[in-house]
Design a protein around this ligand. Structure first.
Ligand SMILES: NC(=O)c1ccc[n+]([C@@H]2O[C@H](COP(=O)([O-])OP(=O)(O)OC[C@H]3O[C@@H](n4cnc5c(N)ncnc54)[C@H](OP(=O)(O)O)[C@@H]3O)[C@@H](O)[C@H]2O)c1
Length: 225
């Protein structure tokens, strides 16, 4: 039975990953930050761990929870954006900057080293939830530029991880999940969360060493950095 770790599984894309993998019989370890969210994840059959990804002590404790056990797939889904969406070159407040960059960039940079031994042991896969909005090559708008910058930085972090972990047989990928109907994506978004996650799961299942260090759409198409 494969072990799947989902970071940020309380709702949205992370919850759907936990639900679909649990349905398929995987051993799912799901993190959530609010105690009230444990019940619905346990109802899926998942083992739950309380984790606010901006809490360094909690991240350090994750190593203790995992205790070096192999993890076949780690999904970093926890992420935030600022509402309302900004248009144009609006200077972010220091608190908005720190909030978005801490959650979307610093947390993955602190989590990946903690997860690395478990991923290396399993020769597993690492999937980070990035966004097409993080692509510099594909950028045509200034909307939500703080969020964009955070996902560009996350892509860079993923690429660095792919160099080191790829040498140990781990496949590291950054995903654009599509524009998905979740709390973040909103009700007008293009696709249902079930279809987004089913698509990414197909890509993850088929991924091999040639996918290491790639930026991928949920359909499997490669995106430009
Ligand atoms: N939806 C889209 O259209 C879309 C498009 C491109 C990329 N993405 C990316 O996909 C990922 C998931 O998005 P989503 O649509 O599922 O968003 P969502 O519905 O807003 O859910 C966000 C998830 O992140 C968790 N989270 C946020 N801050 C956290 C923290 N400090 N510690 C632990 N967990 C935290 C939330 O937990 P709580 O419930 O505790 O708040 C929740 O589980 C994000 O990284 C997002 O940037 C989404």
């Amino acid at each position: 039975m494969s072990t799947v770790l989902v970071i940020g599984a309380s709702r949205g894309i992370g919850f759907e990953f936990a639900r679909q993998y649990a349905d398929d019989g995987a051993r799912v370890i799901a993190t959530h930050r609010h105690p009230d969210d444990a019940g619905k994840l346990r109802a899926l059959g998942a083992k739950t761990i309380e984790l606010d990804v901006t809490d360094e002590t909690g991240i350090a404790a994750l190593a203790w929870h995992l205790d070096g056990e192999p993890v076949d797939l780690a999904i970093l889904s926890a992420g935030v954006s600022i509402r309302p969406r900004t248009e144009g070159l609006v200077a972010p407040t220091a608190s908005d900057f720190d909030f978005v960059m801490h959650t979307n960039v610093r947390a993955p940079m602190q989590l990946i080293p903690i997860l690395a031994p478990s991923l290396v042991q399993a020769k597993g896969k690492l999937a980070v939830l990035s966004s097409r909005m993080g692509s510099t090559a594909l950028m045509t708008s200034t909307g939500s530029w703080l969020y964009r910058a955070s996902k560009t930085a996350l892509n860079n972090v993923l690429k660095a991880a792919s160099i080191e972990l790829g040498a140990h047989g781990v496949v590291c990928m950054a995903f654009h999940p599509g524009w998905v109907r979740t709390d973040m994506g909103g009700p007008a978004a293009d696709i249902d969360v079930r279809d987004s996650v089913a698509g990414m799961r197909r890509v993850i299942a088929a991924a091999n060493a040639s996918h290491n260090g790639k930026f991928l759409n949920y359909t499997g198409e490669q995106l430009s950095w």
